[in-house]
Design a protein around this ligand. Structure first.
Ligand code: ARG
Length: 406
């Protein structure tokens, strides 16, 4: 019998580097590291070398950016998925894809264990493990951070030094940062006190709106069936489209979010996000829905969006309900084709114009000029019947009052 094989979700940082060595010693295991490129700006070039030095026998690095954009971000955008009304869910949407990557690698390599470097009080452990359980219920998961002996970063550093694992000598960021194409999440340090305004150094990519350019940028976004395909009439590949909007949005200070949120494990946390592209695309997409969707579909979709955002946040991307609700969403996007022009200016995204061949906006019905074709007199009967339940109720209550009964 060969050694146990463990697939380790590997970022190249201190935790996961120490984890590779620690697991190989503790379990006398063969370690295969798995790293997915979801568009984080962190160096991926020397990942393989780092993993090998830490003790891995093999390092798999996959560029998942295209799959991430097309199969994960576009569905979330079509669903208008914003957690607690604000967070575009960058980290939360990335986790199921990374879970799938780890499962695929484990199956390929004949590994029976997957290990990750999430802590015991976050959402990401839930997302990884529920994802893995759903995709490959026979695999085992180990989360060393929940039970290993290291109590601090310093202790991990000592272990790394002892085992000749190279760790950055440079002073680490005081924040915990997670990044992908859809946005950056920043927490810890002074941000843990919700009375503190975020210091400027918390922000990684966006210009402070105060110092953003004095002249705005205009961006026209073309959607086809709910998916952005072109900017200013130039077609873009999905990854490039998102990168372009991140850049131009960040320059104009767009996409800063500072919020208190409810975690899956029951605690509230304070998080800073920077998500320029996601912010711009959600605003533009929503504007198109206002123009195109009929009233009842639009209203119903708002509650579905909220439910989908909760499912994504709570680690249930691969659940039957998510799949069913997405079928509804996809059906609503059938006519979601058109253009929206927005202006980016000092942290704001302002819609300038919207247009679609499927627009339900009818100028002849909306106008207050003599072009008007709306049947004003029809409103009289409509309102009489529409308001009838409330008229009836008031009559009953008033009659009781008159009789002196309350
Ligand atoms: N609170 C966010 C979420 O659960 C982001 C967590 C990302 N981690 C971090 N180190 N900031 O989706």
């Amino acid at each position: 019998m060969g050694k146990t094989k463990i697939v380790v979700a590997y970022s190249g940082g201190l935790d996961t580097s120490v984890m590779v060595k620690w697991l190989s010693e503790k379990f006398d295991a063969e370690i295969i590291t798995a790293t997915g490129n979801l568009g984080q700006r962190a160096e991926l070039d020397n990942i393989e070398e780092k993993a090998k030095i830490a003790g891995a026998s093999k390092s798999v690095i996959l560029d998942l950016r295209h799959e991430f954009a097309v199969n994960y971000l576009w569905p979330a955008l079509k669903a208008s998925a914003l957690y607690e009304g604000a967070y575009p869910l960058a980290t939360a949407i990335g986790r199921p894809l990374l879970a799938k990557m780890m499962v695929d690698i484990a199956l390929n390599e004949g590994a029976e264990v997957i290990a990750h470097g999430c802590t015991g009080k976050g959402n990401d452990q839930v997302r990884f493990e529920v994802g893995i359980q759903t995709l490959a219920p026979h695999l085992n998961v180990i989360a060393p951070l929940r039970f290993w002996e290291f109590k601090s970063r310093e202790e991990e550093m000592d272990y790394a030094k002892k085992h000749k694992i190279p760790v950055k000598a440079t002073k680490d960021s005081p924040y915990s940062i997670d990044e992908n194409l859809w946005g950056i999440a920043i927490e810890c340090g002074v941000l843990e006190d919700p009375t503190n305004a975020p210091p400027e150094d918390a922000y990684q990519i966006t210009t402070n709106p105060k110092y953003a350019p004095d002249s705005p940028d205009e961006v026209k976004i073309t959607f086809e069936k709910g998916i952005p395909v072109a900017i200013n009439d130039i077609n873009y590949d999905p990854v490039e489209l998102i990168e372009y909007l991140n850049e131009i949005g960040a320059k104009n200070g767009v996409g800063r979010i500072d919020m208190i949120e409810n975690r899956v494990v029951g605690i509230k946390s304070r998080e800073i996000y920077e998500a320029p592209a996601a912010t711009i695309l959600h605003i533009a997409h929503n504007e198109l829905e206002k123009l195109i969707l009929d009233r009842e579909t639009f209203r119903y979709k708002q509650s579905v969006s909220n439910k989908i955002a909760n499912l994504i946040y709570d680690g249930l991307w691969f659940s039957p309900l998510f799949k069913s609700l997405m079928a509804f969403v996809d059906s609503t996007q059938e006519n979601l084709t058109g253009e929206v022009t927005v202006e980016l200016y000092k942290g704001n995204v302002r819609v300038l114009s919207r247009n679609s061949q499927f627009s339900l906006y009818n100028m002849k019905l909306a106008t207050y000029t003599e072009e008007d074709i709306f049947d004003h007199r029809a409103s009289e009967g409509f309102i009489k019947i529409y308001g009838l339940p409330y008229k009836t109720l008031s009559e009953v209550l008033n009659a009781r009052k008159e009789k002196g009964v309350v």
